[in-house]
Structures are given as C-alpha cells and as structure tokens.
Design a protein around this ligand. Sequence first.
Ligand code: FES
Length: 167
Amino acid sequence: MKRRDFVQHLCPSWAVIQVLATANACVQADEPVTDLSASEIQEFERVAKKYNDEGYFQEGNQVFVNLTNPTFSKLGNNLGYVNILDAGVLLLRTDEKTLKAFSNCCPHQGIRGAWVFVNGRFRCDNHGNSYNVNEVNTVSCSSNSISGGLQRFTVVAYKQFLKISKI
Ligand code: FES
C-alpha cells in the first residue's frame, strides 16, 4: 500500500464513517488503519488535543487533519476537495478509498486560494492554468509553469486522522 494513499479499512464507505464517527462507533478499534510504527501512533496521540476549530493542526512541515470536522465533509464525495489555505494543502478524494494531498501553491505565480477541480485537474482561476494530480511532470510552487502536475505530499492515516508531510 502506498503510504501517500489514505485507505479506509474500518468502515465500508465514507458515508458510514461520517455518520458513525461522531458517535465513536466507527473508530472503536485501537488498531491503526495503516502500518504505522509505535512512534507514529504516539505522534498522533500527542497532537490529539491540538486541532483548531477547523479541524487541523500544523507543526513545522506537518499538517494533522481530523476528518470528522465539518470542514472536511466534502471529502465524503468522490472528487470532493478541500483547500486548507493556511496550511498550504489541497486534499482530494480520488476514489472511495483514496485521499491525496497536494501543495496548494500554484506553479504559475504562487496563488493559493483560486483552485477548482475540473475534468480531473486542479485549475487555478487566477489565470486559468490547470495541473494534473497524477505526478506527471510535477512542477514547483511559483515556478512560472503553466502546465504539469501539482506537487504531491505524503499522507499517513490513523483512525479518523491524517498526517500530511509537506516535504
Ligand atoms: S497564479 Fe495560478 S494560474 Fe497564474
């Protein structure tokens, strides 16, 4: 399993996790949903009380996300996406089992808040350039690139939480 892919193992569908997670019925298992090390699990537990009202917490190059926060409800839909503007992260559901994270810095001129997802690509409406989400010809933040792919970040999942590493 690619560690960048968030794979749900605890519930049969996102709709179920959305409904049941608030009642703590879906996350009863103490087992991680990926092959996390003990130190990685401890890291999730260390930040458990640090999430802001929008459901995320940033520390250095890492962003922790609580998927049960309403901020992330759009990720319940296939091809739903959320721009965590201040944290520099675009989250995208690409299928029922996969969430991907990308830099929200436009490879053209660095605008972060003008993204829409259209025809399988993120388009920055500042100048209308669009970028793939398949890591084909990945281009860097603010590199004056008008095509190519967005920089993808690693995602690790634990229960209803994600850790995104922006490196
Ligand atoms: S800044 Fe995004 S397309 Fe120009």
